[in-house]
Ligand binder design. Sequence first.
Ligand code: PMP
Length: 336
Amino acid sequence: MTVPAVSSTLDLIGNTPLVLLKGPSEAAGCEIWGKCEFANPGASVKDRAALWIVRDAEARGTLQPGGTIVEGTAGNTGIGLALVANALGYKTIIVMPETQSREKMDTLRALGAELVLVPAAPFSNPGHFVHTSRRLAEETPGAIWANQFDNTANRKAHIESTAPELWAQLDGRIDGFTCAAGTGGTIAGVGMGLKALDPAVTIALTDPFGAALYNYYAHGELKAEGSSVAEGIGQGRITANLEGAPIDTQFRISDEDGLVWVARLLSEEGLCLGLSSGINVAGAVALGRQLVAAGKPDVRVATILCDTGFRYLSSLYNAEWLAAKGLPVFPWLAKA
Ligand code: PMP
């Protein structure tokens, strides 16, 4: 099949390929499909949210020609916003916790974004990157605050693009979908979009440790346990994007279990991904097994391959970094 030619960079966002993951499918005893969001121009799932947020602000008239987009982000949304802004003639100011990967900071600077680094802090602290970005947006003339956590243009991107793409790519037959939540835009949006097409699809949240959503959906209480080094996921509150998300069931996945899939997908299938993708795949295997055990025939589960591993060469793919975090070192890195 030939991919169509497009007339704008922005048309390169979305319509990502879907790949059958062999190892995960064997492990689950059913089909596990990965949506290749690393194939977006900014190499992550967040290009979609960035485009929808900017288009929404233009439609509302809050973003004027030559204006500035300000956002607090773990990095990928900033990269998406910076490239969308460049394509449309806007400026970007990106506030990021200084704990995020070096590669994301370098990429943002390379894209021409103004980068503001703040110390990692709890959400209740006024210095948290989200609050800092809101204040900067208020202080900057002609600026809008993208507000990805509570701006539902984020999940709309997935209701209107990711979900119908998955549906079409799987010929209208999908039994389960799962992924982790950062803002919650992806899980809520894909969940809502798929449920509208087939209410029988099972939507599962895959939560890392250190996040509060697993306990919320399992027991009704926002409570975090443990910790995770995964970037871009792990939420402690019900964001506006998560409100009304159709979550049927939930899994909690450790970094170690996510890393097993990061290593296997790289060494066995040639896919170099970030840790949130490994955690998502572990969740998809768990969901697939559960649906198979419930007696469903020919089970098909989809998940999100959120971003490229090239964004984490100095962390996830670095033997010293892994060892310092007490995580297992990939055998081929230990040899180097
Ligand atoms: N994985 C990575 C690497 C991310 O950057 C993000 C975005 N924060 C997510 C997963 C989660 O996506 P969402 O914000 O839609 O929940």
